[in-house]
Write a protein that binds this ligand. Structure first.
Ligand code: GLA
Length: 414
């Protein structure tokens, strides 16, 4: 069975247009697209004020729609065949855990940032980012939806052109933070900035570096030819691990609490801001769990620093080894891997063309992300699928992706 290749975006768009015609009649005036992401290095570092390295991928979410008179918003999620209607003047909270929390949350956060939306609208959203797999279908939905609102001219003082050219990145960062606020405060998920940043800053065949404390960032070439980004979905569900993300966050906060009085910072003190030698000096005072969690976050930051150097010197092999070391650290110290994810990584390590691989995103289930020599992708996919099936009885779903540019050229397409 060949690896599943992404349907071209124009297929996604055509499906969205046809769903729009069926549901609302006529044609949309505005369409947008934004990608999902893989995390390449820097696992659970973002909410610790640390360093991350990610890539936007060629799977994403399309929004197609148009303005309508009055203040009613109507959104059809074509993946679920569900419609959400609400008033943009009084946005209330839909049920937790639903896609509508994300779309309403974007309207809520964007209005808080730029001012009340200028009109109601009707829209279709449709995505091809595998759901619940650690590829941030949610940030892709958020970013695409924000582009849609901006491109349609409903967000006061914002137009798509402001987000490119000089000063463009600063505006993109403001938007990323706005979308994070939406996820934290409206959706109720305490995630860091990684996902929204990655969905907005993507560049073709580039990795994306972000320092979550200073917001310094850089796009770094993955090489020429760039390796394929092969995402292997373990087909194990994250629901089993519900609550673990918050628990890890709390464990990291607990380590920091001992330093709060000693390190004056404006705002919140985060683990990555505690000097390494301070932690080392008091290492024995940390409990076993605290030591492991701290070691993971701090060594991840270091791996991101070294990853930047590897990419700058064109050494993709060294970058791959850092990814594999990152997985080992997640598995042993942060303890957010799983039997299935470890099996998938072991299968990848022994497959042809493997450059490096690790779990992607929160962990405990979902996907691994692997860099693979582009000309050996088919052999790699076959080998991983066969070994994983043999060892676990589960057929992995494998997606061959590439690092993709974010919305440019898509937002505002009429
Ligand atoms: C999830 C969160 C991100 C990040 C990763 C782990 O994907 O949404 O903010 O914390 O987990 O690195």
């Amino acid at each position: 069975m060949p690896a599943s290749n992404p349907p071209p975006r124009d297929t996604l768009l055509a499906r969205a247009r046809s769903a729009f015609a069926n549901r609302y009649g006529g044609v949309p005036s505005t369409v947008s697209w934004a990608p999902g992401r893989v995390e390449l290095l820097g696992n659970h570092t973002d909410y610790n004020g640390g360093l991350v390295m990610a890539a936007a991928i060629d799977r994403g979410t399309v929004v197609a729609g148009r303005r309508r008179e009055g203040s009613t918003a109507s959104i059809l999620a074509a993946n679920y065949d569900e419609t959400d209607r609400f008033s943009i003047d009084a946005i209330d909270w839909p049920e937790a855990g639903t896609w509508a929390r994300y779309t309403r949350g974007v309207c809520w956060a964007v209005s808080g940032w730029a001012g009340a939306l200028r009109s109601g609208f009707e829209a279709v959203v449709l995505g091809d980012v595998p759901l619940g797999a650690g590829l941030s279908s949610s940030a892709s939905l958020q970013a695409s939806f924000a582009w849609f609102l901006i491109a349609m001219g409903t967000v006061p003082g914002q137009s798509p052109g402001d987000f490119s050219g000089e000063g463009g990145d600063a505006r993109l960062m403001e938007l990323a933070q706005t979308l994070r606020r939406s996820e934290n405060e409206f959706v109720g998920v305490g995630s860091g900035l990684l996902d929204q940043f990655s969905s907005l800053f993507g560049r073709s065949d580039h990795a994306l570096f972000l320092d979550c404390s200073t917001l310094a960032h850089e796009r770094l070439p993955l090489g020429n030819p760039a390796p394929a980004i092969v995402v292997c979905d373990s087909k194990t569900s994250r629901r089993l691990a519900d609550g673990m993300y918050d628990r890890r966050r709390a464990e990291c906060e607990r380590i920091v609490s001992a330093y709060r009085d000693r390190i004056p910072v404006e705002g919140e003190l985060l683990l990555s801001m505690v000097p390494l030698d301070w932690l080392e000096a008091e290492w024995d005072g940390l409990d076993r769990v605290g030591r492991r969690r701290a070691r993971h976050v701090l060594t991840e930051n270091d791996r991101v620093r070294r990853g930047i150097e590897s990419l700058k010197s064109g050494d993709i092999g060294a970058f791959g080894r850092l990814m594999s070391a990152s997985h080992a650290s997640s598995r042993d110290d942060f303890e957010n891997s799983s039997e299935a994810l470890n099996r998938l990584i072991e299968a990848a390590e022994s497959a042809p063309g493997f450059v490096g691989g690790k779990l992607s995103g929160a962990g405990w289930a979902g996907c691994t992300v692997n860099l693979v020599q582009a000309d050996r992708t088919d052999e790699f996919v076959e080998a991983v699928r066969a070994r994983y099936a043999r060892e676990t009885g589960i057929t992995a779903e494998i997606h061959v992706c590439r690092a993709e540019a974010s919305a440019s050229g898509w937002a505002a397409m009429e």
